[in-house]
Design a protein around this ligand. Structure first.
Ligand code: HEM
Ligand code: SF4
Length: 550
């Protein structure tokens, strides 16, 4: 993984000292909250309903065991013993004391982490495929380019005060595991016929109150040109993006209002102007970053493992775990393991300090010291030997991290909602907890099969409800929390925005309503392997509406 050089280390420590001084001035009253706001937003500090919140960047979701241990230490020492993994592969602390935040940042800096550009109208943490570097289907390791973009976008002087926040995702396979087309810029690494690496570039995706699917703006931009091309997009956005209305300020609105062709002409003109400057990436620079992402010392192994097969045959729980939570690895004899941070009845994405430490220990012993955070709010062990899986599973059981629900209905994405968030119009975590209890039976979940359920506590859509196969949006109707259901959304390579079914349901009704939707699917599917989204795409929303509203 990427390691800080002297410049990075110095910059991050200086930023901690600068923020320490700003916090002291706020605590002493020298700065009002309004004056302090732009300063804290440069450092990942939000003000939520009950407390400040600190969002820590995990670049493209990759971290090592010492970093995970530090996250655990901070949760224990400065917070309430847990942290929350987010959909942009970061981690949030919900209860830090403002006075403690400089010390937290100092601890983070000691393991090459920070909270810069995790808030504010800048280019946010670049996200990527959580199986990057391990997946068999990738054209190249997308983290190489995510890191290049991270370096380019970090304190980029021109793009620190954009009209609105800006999110970039990089993937390198046809299967989109990072909701790439729900990002302001989505990049797919590809190889052309001559084997040269480049990118398909999508622009203008986003969720929030006006969800849009990213549009292909360029089929193939060579790797050496990718910084110049992104710079061109950002310049056009910075120039023409709306600053008069924050709800219309994202690039998706600019793409929509200007039209893709006209905007593409502007981008291309700017790109032509700047592509032969210092912004062209020399091959050596790309290869130098590649060095940081070399494969670990994999062994040559057969593609099957007796220890693994024996355990599958003798232990039903292990067999279900292996069926759901493993992902095919590029190297024979290895697999990527999804650690579900969605145990039944618990707030999705929350992990305790002890669980974080357990994950760090397991990664150190069995996954070359590497972990990933997925946008689905889970943690991944990217490189585990099949031979080691029984031991890994036993360690996960001990840490209560063995839920075998990856990709199933209880593996939900859920935003913090009214339990924490000052913008929320409804609670989302308690609804998720009740749904997870209702659908707890793992055999039943397996029978339902792949199903993405996503919940947001307001129209800002942090819980990705627009791209849930089943989406739930909490709204406020005259003081009562109501939950709207959307169906048919999807955040993968066939990204689509879900359609609202009709009137919302009360908090008491919503769990039954979701069950009605699921039962309807079970009734209408053609055969067992027709998934929910396939059945929906075949039949539309009519049978579901009929079942919900008569
Ligand atoms: C203090 C708590 C939070 C606040 C105030 C907040 C605020 C917002 C706002 C205002 C938007 C809409 C932005 C727009 O369309 O311009 C948004 C979108 C989003 N937020 Fe949050 N959020 C919070 C927590 C979270 C958490 C915990 C997650 C992940 C679990 C998250 C992930 C996202 C995502 C994925 C989007 C939609 C993607 C997009 O930008 O279009 N947010 N958030
Ligand atoms: S969707 Fe709304 S309630 Fe949920 S975290 Fe985002 S802003 Fe808060």
């Amino acid at each position: 993984m990427y390691r800080y050089d002297e410049f990075d280390a110095k910059f991050v420590s200086e930023r901690v000292e600068q923020f320490r001084n700003q916090v002291e001035r706020r605590v002493s009253g020298e700065l009002t909250e309004d004056e302090f706001k732009p300063l804290r937003l440069m450092n990942g500090v939000y003000l939520q309903l009950h407390a400040y919140m600190l969002r820590v960047a995990i670049p493209y979701g990759t971290l090592n065991s010492s970093q995970m241990r530090m996250l655990a230490h901070i949760a224990r020492k400065y917070d309430r013993g847990y942290g929350h993994f987010t959909t942009r592969q970061n981690l949030q602390y919900n209860w830090p004391k403002l006075e403690d935040i400089p010390a937290i940042l100092e601890d983070l800096a000691s393991v090459e982490m920070h909270a810069i550009q995790t808030s504010g109208n800048c280019i946010r943490n670049v996200s990527s495929d959580h199986f990057a570097g391990a997946a068999r289907d990738e054209a190249a390791d997308p983290r190489v380019y995510a890191e290049i973009l991270r370096q380019w976008s970090t304190i980029h002087p021109e793009f620190t005060f954009l009209p609105r926040k800006f999110k970039i995702a990089v993937i390198a396979s046809e299967e989109d595991r990072a909701a790439m087309r729900a990002h302001d810029i989505g990049l797919q690494v590809k190889k052309d016929d001559a084997g040269k690496i480049g990118f398909a570039v999508y622009v203008g995706g986003g969720l929030g109150r006006t969800p849009m699917v990213g549009k292909l703006v360029n089929e193939f931009v060579l790797e050496n040109d990718i910084i110049a091309y992104c710079e061109a997009i950002l310049r056009v956005y910075n120039m023409y993006g709306r600053r008069d209305n924050k709800y219309k300020a994202r690039i998706k609105i600019l793409v929509h209002e200007t039209g893709l062709d006209e905007l593409k002409a502007d981008i291309d003109a700017e790109f032509d102007r700047i592509k032969d400057t210092v912004l062209r990436l020399p091959d050596e620079s790309i290869r130098a970053i590649e060095e940081y992402f070399q494969d670990p010392a994999f062994e040559e192994l057969p593609s099957t493992s007796k220890a693994f097969e024996d355990r599958v045959a003798s232990d039903r729980s292990f067999a279900i775990f292996a069926e759901r939570n493993l992902h095919i690895h590029k190297k024979h004899g290895y697999t990527s393991v999804t650690i579900s941070v969605k145990p039944v009845g618990a707030p999705p994405g929350d992990a305790t300090d002890e669980q974080m430490e357990a994950m760090a220990d397991i990664a150190e012993q069995y996954s070359f010291d590497e972990l990933r955070v997925s946008h689905e709010q889970n943690v991944i062990l990217p490189h585990v030997k099949l031979d080691d899986l029984p031991a890994v599973y036993d360690a996960l059981v001990k840490a209560k991290l063995h839920s075998a629900n990856a990709g199933l209905i209880t593996d939900m994405i859920v935003c913090p909602g009214l339990d924490y968030c000052a913008l929320a119009t409804a609670r989302s975590i308690p609804v998720a907890q009740r749904l997870s209890e209702r659908f707890a039976d793992i055999e039943r979940q397996k029978n339902i099969g792949d199903l993405k359920l996503k919940i947001s506590g307001c129209i800002n859509a942090c819980g990705h409800h627009h791209v849930g196969h089943i989406g739930i949006l909490g709204v406020d109707r005259k003081g009562e929390e109501l939950y709207q259901i959307t169906l048919g959304g999807s955040g993968d390579e066939n990204t689509s925005i879900g359609k609202i079914t009709g009137r919302g349901f009360t908090s008491d009704e919503i769990v039954d309503a979701v069950q009605t939707v699921v039962d309807t699917y079970l009734d209408i599917r053609e055969q067992e392997d027709e998934t929910f989204i396939q059945a929906y795409r075949r039949l539309g929303d009519a049978p579901f509406k009929q079942a919900l509203y008569g």
